[in-house]
Design a binder for this molecule. Structure first.
Ligand code: ATP
Ligand code: ATP
Ligand code: MG
Ligand code: MG
Length: 509
């Protein structure tokens, strides 16, 4: 398709390929889970149904992406370990963590009812995710040891905390009592004051859960004598093990050893430098315009499966806009957004403090929240169509150094909208008039904008300029002052010319 003069803005996108031999781990955890627990009345210190839901989401993700060999999760978090030589999304960090986080969120919302029946989802849950790069299997072993240690520490504390609260202490008092207490003291407190043996609490709570691809013997058929014929079949299963970072666990899993290597020795002490490394991330460039762009994953197929109208399903676009409005409301530092087809770009206020947090956090949180909204709001926009597969989005963040370049970025997206929409309108009119898809493609090959306008006018009596603005111009969602109060509006306007920006000087101030 034709290029525009704005295309140069693509050069600001940074390369983030994770090169071999590094192992890719994606870690995600719920955003503000305490609020979520309270709002949905999850049982404390653990809600087994919520944990089962988390495990079921992890199994789904692992089944969908066979390059994930192993995952480990507890409470509100999950880590996914990819096979060493994965080519998943060309090993691009941003695509990988955003997509996995989005997919997980999508399933979480979709399966909520199945696991937490009777409890309505009150608002869209969201997760933030990041990639952890492990240079060697030893680093990976440290990572797993660290996460399982955290599980143990956090949940023993949690068991004490909620025992105190259920015996009449306030949350503040419980916090004060437990301040600076050691593992042993907490154990004694549970035992002596509350008659709880921590070691008798469920393994899912104390040790967390692992999702593994295992080979199991399964009956595939019966022979003519009625005897079962068994074969080794690969099956995803969830197990609870105390020692995921020990040789006794890891080295006995042939698929893990083959793809990632074996553990040489057990870890005696988790190195502080490793933990520091796992938590470190480069920040975004300050004083620039950061834009988060999300894009639907395989939406040509998603559109087919859900019978979107061609070339443009207006309900689908309105659903995208509704989700964008949700993002603006949730992330107050997003000042403007522009969407077309299955994509949306969100501009962060310059030098916002979101810009000073981890870039992965920002991207994954926005993608996850958007996905969550999309699944939750689906029925409101498609009351007669069931969601037959879970939608997911990928995301990236790009920093543009000046307002002029940011405007060129937006122009690039709007020109793209115009080019695609004009092409698609012609293509689908030709197809609907009886041409085959390949004939339609041939007819349109190499045509300029003017020729397409004429084709539409002469063959179908359509004046392109009268087609709905949302389709031709895309959608902009932003905050606007109206009678002294701010509200989020969605408009379909020209954002290439100066007119819009002149009328809204505050947006890019
Ligand atoms: P942040 O956004 O910084 O991650 P957060 O509110 O999510 O903040 P966490 O420290 O992750 O903070 O807190 C998660 C809390 O949720 C913990 O107190 C944990 O015990 C609780 N929790 C996690 N999973 C469950 C569950 N299945 N049932 C009940 N409580 C849970
Ligand atoms: P990728 O995973 O690489 O993004 P994709 O299939 O999502 O692949 P895109 O280039 O993002 O490809 O294009 C999105 C596709 O989704 C469009 O080509 C179109 O087929 C479909 N689509 C998205 N929104 C709509 C809509 N509102 N109406 C009809 N079709 C739509
Ligand atoms: Mg797409
Ligand atoms: Mg797209």
């Amino acid at each position: 398709m034709a290029n525009s003069k704005y295309e140069y803005v693509k050069s600001f996108e940074v390369e983030d390929e994770i090169v071999l031999p590094h192992v890719i781990v994606v870690r995600l955890h719920a955003r503000d889970y305490l609020r979520f627990c309270k709002a949905h009345e999850l049982r404390r210190p653990y809600d087994e149904e919520a944990l089962d839901l988390m495990n079921s989401c992890a199994e789904f993700v692992q089944r969908k992406y066979p390059d994930i060999l192993f995952s480990y999760g507890f409470n509100d978090e999950y880590s996914f370990v990819f096979k060493k030589k994965t080519k998943f999304y060309e090993r691009r960090a941003s695509k990988i963590f955003s997509l996995i986080t989005s997919c997980f969120t999508s399933v979480f919302v979709d399966k909520w009812k199945e696991f937490l029946s009777g409890r309505e989802l009150k608002y869209p849950p969201s997760f933030s995710g990041q990639v952890i790069v492990c240079a060697t299997v030893d680093v990976l072993q440290h990572y797993l040891a660290w996460r399982q240690h955290e599980c143990y520490i956090a949940n023993q504390y949690s068991a004490c905390f909620w025992a105190l609260v259920s015996h009449g202490r306030t949350e503040k008092e419980a916090e004060d009592i437990l301040k600076d207490t050691k593992k042993q003291e907490q154990n004694e407190m549970l035992h002596q004051q509350f008659n709880i043996n921590y070691n008798n609490l469920p393994k899912i709570f104390r040790w967390g859960s692992c999702v593994l691809l295992m080979e199991v013997e399964a009956i595939v058929k019966y022979d003519k004598d009625g005897c079962p014929v068994k074969r080794l079949k690969k099956q995803i299963s969830t197990v609870h093990s105390q020692d995921i970072a020990r040789r006794t666990f890891w080295n006995q899993k042939p698929s893990l050893v083959k793809e990632l290597g074996s553990f040489v020795e057990d870890i005696k002490r988790i190195d502080k430098d490793y933990i520091k490394y796992f938590q470190s991330e480069a920040k975004l460039m300050p004083y620039t315009w950061a834009v988060i762009r999300i894009d639907g994953c395989h939406f040509h197929k998603f559109a087919d499966v859900h019978k979107f109208e061609k070339p443009n399903d207006e309900q689908a676009l309105k659903l995208m806009n509704e989700c964008a409005v949700g993002v603006l409301d949730e992330f107050r530092e997003v000042i403007f957004s522009y969407g077309v087809s299955d994509e949306y770009s969100f501009i962060l206020k310059r030098s916002s403090h979101l810009q000073r947090t981890n870039p992965s956090d920002i991207v994954s949180s926005v993608v996850s929240f958007f996905t969550s909204m999309y699944v939750m709001k689906w029925k409101a926009f498609f009351p007669l169509t069931d969601l037959v597969c879970q939608p997911s989005f990928d995301g990236r963040v790009v920093c543009y150094p000046s307002t002029e370049i940011l405007r060129d970025y937006l122009s690039w997206r709007q020109v793209d909208c115009h080019i695609n929409n004009q092409y698609n309108t012609c293509f689908w009119m030709l197809v609907k008039s009886g041409k085959s898809r390949s004939d339609a493609q041939q007819i349109l090959k190499g045509t300029q904008s003017q020729e397409k306008m004429e084709l539409l006018a002469n063959n179908f009596g359509i004046d392109y300029n009268t087609i709905g603005e949302m389709l031709r111009l895309g959608s902009s969602a932003f905050w606007e002052e109206e009678n002294g109060c701010s509200k989020i509006v969605v408009q379909h306007c020209n954002i290439i010319d100066d007119g819009f920006w002149g009328a809204h000087p505050c947006i890019l101030a």
